[in-house]
Every structure is written in structure tokens, then in C-alpha cells.
Design a binder for this molecule. Structure first.
Ligand SMILES: [Zn+2]
Length: 442
């Protein structure tokens, strides 16, 4: 495994580093955040993800528990019903956050766990569970390389991942023929890497549902800064040990916990959800949560619009079209600069239609118009039955006919003549030409 110290962080992989840090802090807080890195072979996505296990924080668990039971909230079949005193007598220990890998040759039984049949047949009255990779990675991370290939060759493992990633915490079901299935909650973050340009293609095309389960999707880029390339060629890594710095920063963020999200930020997220037709509330929730963890990583106690801007791309790039994502980021940047209050930007998918020209008059002119309409309606109602609804026709339709003094005109019986002037469309009319009083019509 490559040393974390020797990794070169550049603009092409910086988002992956940041998203891994966000996922680690969130996992330590008990909220799994699933991360998918897409990119060409050689961009180092798997190397970076695997090296991250060197900087993981520790977790406290019930001593020896293979499922990493949190002493405050034990969940495994062995510990969940024990009293506080019983748990304390077993003891509490600090272990590195779990980091396990699911290989392409893995079988469902080894991934979810199985029931030890040998122990049953040997006359024991109690069945013993053999823990699988996913339950053992509880409160930690699971890594899967080339997840697009795995989704094609092992659809049953993809199904297991769907269940484990579907809710937070997710679930695993351990089944054995003829036995009652055992279900267990599991809170682990899934990190996956794939190359959409190689067989069998992008994960999104193979198993869209699985691709959607990832909270963060990162597209790997190449380094463009020559000094970063020189560092890679000379296998130098960073002058300042990156690992220590990252580890310390992670520990501080884990202690600090997620940053507070002020109400105006929630309102902005709600607005993004509506304006840009985000497909699910899940994406709005992910955006909010990830922004808050990002603020904690940056050493701030309160999240800001900068955090939304920083995480919008990995949170949304697999959920919206690319041009919508660009609009969202532009909109957030404009909000930050105070150019926008909270209106809909031009070209957004839910852009309001341009208002007809006569509605763009100042409010006072509109009020005058409305009061004249109201006036006309009242005089109309005074003369005819309320069910009649052709007030416009009875007024504007036959301006040159001499109707009764009080009674409005009946369009069915009113002779119509060509207007004295060339017809114009309604938006071209002046305000006082739109509505005529009975007086003017006569
Ligand atoms: Zn346990």
C-alpha cells in the first residue's frame, strides 16, 4: 500500500481528498456518506482511497465485538440486550476505524455473513453467526474497486449493497436455508472506484439505482501544475507530512462535530430543490449535511454559503444535468456576492414565463385597471343574471352599437361591425384602451 505521505495532492485529485475527509468525519459521527470516484486508469483514485486507512481516527467499541458495537448504542445480537453494567464488565476498547475491502471474487455469504451450521450440527443449542465484511465494517469504511464491473458480474452483491446503502443506517440480512433470517443495522460508508471508459461502462448505465445511492461522486482529473507533476516523478510527496496534518485535522473535526446550519442556508437549499427540480429530498439532505461537515473540517462552527459552493459539485453532479449544475454553482456564487436576493435565475429549468407587457405596469396603474374592471363588473351584474359571463364581449365587442341605456349588451344579438381602426394585439394597447366604461362605450 502506498504511504499517505507520498501522495501528491493537486487540483485534479483535491476534491477526492476533500470528499474522503468529509466521509471519514461523517462516518465517525455515525452518519455514513458513500463516495464514488470515477476516472481514467492511472489517476490514482484507488491508491488514494486505500492509503486513507493510514489516517483514519479511532472508534470506541465494546471490547472484542466483531460488529464494532458502540458502547452507548450496542446493536449486535450478542450485545444489544445487555445492561449498562454487563457491557461495562465486558469492557470498552479503542480500535482504528474499520476499513475493509470487498473483492470481485467475494460471495454473498462472506459479504453479509452466514450462520455457522457446523456449530449447530455439533449439538449446540445456539446458532453462531459468522460475520461478513459489511457488518464487520460497521462504523467504518468498505472499499470496492471497479464497482461498475462488480455490478455486472455479481448482481447479487450489488443487491446487498443497495440494502446496506439504502437507509442510514442501512441493513444486512443474513440468510441460511431452513433458518430464520437475521437482520442487522449497519452504518458503514461505501467507497468505490470505477473507470466509466472501460468495460462494462459507467456504473450509472449498468445499475443506475446503485449509482444513485452514492452521496458524493467525484470525477478525477489530471494534475496541471508542473510542480505537482515533478513531485510525482521524483516520488517526493509533500515537504510537510500530509498524513499528520490530515489526521490532526480529521480528529479536530470529529471532536467538533457537524457545524450548525443557519436557517437562511436551509432556505437556500430548499430554493435549489424547487428551482432546479432536484430529483429527491435525499439530494437536498446530502447537500445540507455535507456542507455542515465541510465547515467542521474547515474549523468553523457555523456552515456558510461557501460550504454549499464547495460541495455542490460532488453532491449533485450525478443527480442533475451538467448545465443545471453549472447554473446552481453560478446562482450560489451570485447569492454570495449579494447580486441576487432569491429570485429565479434566467434559464433555470423552472423559469417563470415573461409577464405580459400590460402586467409589467407599475402597481398603481394595475390597481387603477383592476378597479375599473371591478366597476364594470358591478354595473354588469346590476343589469343581468349572475350566470352571464361574457362581460368582456358585452363591453369591448360592440362599441359602436347603440345598446340600451342600463342593460349591458348581449353579444348574441348585438350586430358587429368592423372596428374603425386597424386591429392591434392586446399587449400593444394602452392601459386606458383595455377597459372601457359603459359611458365611453356609448
Ligand atoms: Zn456487539
Amino acid at each position: 500500500m502506498k504511504s499517505f505521505e507520498k501522495l501528491v495532492r493537486h487540483e485534479g485529485n483535491d476534491t477526492l481528498f476533500r470528499c474522503m475527509e468529509i466521509s471519514i468525519v461523517s462516518t465517525a459521527m455515525g452518519v455514513p456518506l458513500h463516495l464514488h470516484a470515477e476516472g481514467l486508469r492511472g489517476t490514482g483514485k484507488s491508491t488514494i482511497m486505500l492509503a486513507a486507512r493510514q489516517v483514519l481516527p479511532t472508534i470506541r467499541r465494546v471490547r472484542g465485538c466483531q460488529y464494532n458495537c458502540d458502547p452507548e448504542r450496542p446493536h449486535c445480537p450478542e450485545h444489544k440486550d445487555l445492561s449498562r453494567a454487563e457491557l461495562l464488565s465486558i469492557g470498552i476498547e479503542e480500535v482504528p476505524m474499520p476499513f475493509l475491502e470487498i473483492s470481485h471474487s467475494a460471495k454473498v455469504g462472506t459479504v453479509v455473513g452466514s450462520i455457522d451450521l457446523e456449530e449447530l450440527t455439533s449439538g449446540s443449542s445456539k446458532a453462531r453467526l459468522l460475520p461478513g465484511t459489511i457488518p464487520m465494517a460497521n462504523r467504518g469504511i468498505i472499499f470496492i474497486d471497479e464497482i461498475n464491473r462488480l455490478a455486472e458480474t455479481s448482481p447479487e452483491i450489488a443487491d446487498v449493497l443497495l440494502a446496506a446503502m439504502g437507509t442510514k443506517p442501512g441493513r444486512v440480512k443474513i440468510e441460511e436455508t431452513g433458518m430464520k433470517p437475521v437482520e442487522m443495522p449497519v452504518a458503514c460508508s461505501v467507497w468505490a472506484a470505477s473507470n466509466p471508459d472501460e468495460e462494462p461502462g459507467a456504473l450509472e448505465d449498468i445499475r443506475k439505482q446503485l449509482a444513485d445511492r452514492f452521496d458524493l461522486t467525484v470525477s478525477m482529473g489530471r494534475p496541471t501544475d508542473p510542480s505537482a507533476i515533478v513531485s510525482i516523478l521524483r516520488k517526493e510527496g509533500f515537504a510537510v507530512p500530509l498524513g499528520n496534518q490530515v489526521r490532526e485535522n480529521l480528529l479536530r473535526a470529529c471532536e467538533r462535530g457537524t457545524a450548525e446550519v443557519p436557517q437562511f442556508l436551509d432556505e437556500i437549499v430548499a430554493q435549489l430543490y424547487i428551482m432546479f427540480n432536484l430529483e429527491s429530498l435525499r439530494s437536498a439532505e446530502a447537500l445540507r449535511h455535507v456542507a455542515s461537515v465541510n465547515a467542521a473540517l474547515m474549523g468553523r462552527g457555523v456552515a456558510s454559503i461557501d460550504d454549499l459552493i464547495a460541495v455542490a459539485q460532488p453532491c449533485l453532479r450525478h443527480r442533475v444535468e451538467m448545465n443545471t449544475l453549472a447554473q446552481i454553482i453560478k446562482y450560489l456564487a451570485e447569492l454570495k456576492e449579494g447580486k441576487k436576493q432569491s429570485e429565479v435565475p434566467a434559464g433555470a429549468s423552472t423559469t417563470t414565463k415573461a409577464a405580459p407587457r400590460h402586467q409589467q405596469q407599475p402597481a398603481s396603474a394595475l390597481d387603477r385597471l383592476l378597479s375599473r374592471v371591478k366597476e364594470s363588473m358591478e354595473s354588469y351584474r346590476a343589469g343581468v343574471t349572475p350566470s352571464a359571463k361574457h362581460s368582456q364581449d358585452s363591453k369591448g365587442g360592440a362599441s359602436d352599437s347603440g345598446g340600451g341605456a342600463k342593460k349591458p349588451l348581449d353579444p348574441m344579438t348585438t350586430p358587429l361591425a368592423a372596428p374603425p381602426r386597424v386591429a392591434r394585439s392586446i399587449p400593444d394597447l394602452r392601459l386606458d384602451e383595455l377597459v372601457r366604461t359603459e359611458e365611453e362605450l356609448r
